[in-house]
Design a protein around this ligand. Structure first.
Ligand SMILES: C[S@@+](CC[C@H](N)C(=O)[O-])C[C@H]1O[C@@H](n2cnc3c(N)ncnc32)[C@H](O)[C@@H]1O
Length: 233
């Protein structure tokens, strides 16, 4: 999916997937034994070196695309170290190309090319604890048969939980976030689900996808867990 594509999500699902409850029960009992891909291991080592002896807040901007949100978050949280992660070499490369001036000005963010499935596992094993975790406009996988590809339909969601912090997931597909909220509830976490458009004063889109959706008149939603809302963004 490209940021140029602003179509409304079409799905053959009418409500929360009826298998989701069982799926979560299953993945809670399954250990992911897949080997970690070398490029992600390398990216993770780069991040560990960059963090050094850092003991302050750490923020993940997972699946950050070209990393506009990573910059915005680095500006919004100047006392934190913000790590943008995306598996697309092309998107990560675009960030570096477009933002040299910002790179020179802000030294509290880093963008890496990595698969978050492996990256999150490594971070959990390394006992990294986040202050915030942003997952902005994840691929929706809207077909009913694709439920296990959604983050909350996969065991990766447990790694997201283990990383802690305030989790914020945004989407233009309300059902995606309702499903996330369902899983969060099942795992014992409260959350708040709201529409973004018109709710936030001086709203500035955080990402390219958000900008496209809002410009095309769609409603975007944010799910924040634990139940806690920040007034801007
Ligand atoms: C719909 S785009 C959203 C990008 C950005 N957050 C935005 O809102 O503009 C989804 C992004 O997730 C990334 N992605 C999907 N699966 C991933 C994975 N397993 N690891 C890292 N990035 C992934 C894709 O490369 C893509 O950039």
């Amino acid at each position: 999916m490209s940021a140029g594509n602003s179509r409304i999500v079409e799905t053959n699902q009418t409500g929360i997937h009826e298998q989701l409850d069982n799926l979560v029960d299953k993945y809670i009992q399954t250990e992911n034994l897949k080997p970690i891909q070398p490029h992600t291991k390398k990216a993770f080592e780069q991040v560990i070196t960059w963090l050094g002896a850092w003991e302050g807040d750490i923020i993940f901007d997972s699946c950050c695309g070209v990393g506009l949100s990573t910059i915005a978050l680095a500006e919004r949280f100047p006392d934190a170290k913000v790590i943008g992660i995306d598996k697309s070499e092309q998107r990560v490369g675009k960030h570096l190309h477009h933002s040299q001036a910002v790179e020179n000005r802000l030294n509290n963010h880093l963008l890496v090319r990595a698969d978050v499935i492996d990256f999150w596992r490594l971070a959990v094993a390394h006992k990294i604890q986040l202050s915030h975790h942003f997952l902005l406009y994840p691929n929706p996988y809207p077909k009913k048969t694709q439920v296990q590809k959604r983050w909350h339909g996969s065991s990766s969601f447990l790694d997201i939980m283990a990383l802690g912090g305030v989790l914020e997931i945004r989407s233009n597909w309300l059902l995606y976030l309702e499903e996330c909220q369902f899983v969060l509830n099942k795992l014992g976490h409260s959350s708040t689900l709201t529409a973004i458009n018109g709710q936030i004063v001086d709203f500035q889109p955080l990402t390219l996808f958000e900008k496209k959706y809002i410009n095309s008149g769609q409603t975007c939603y944010r799910l924040v867990a634990p139940q806690y809302l920040e007034d801007k963004f």
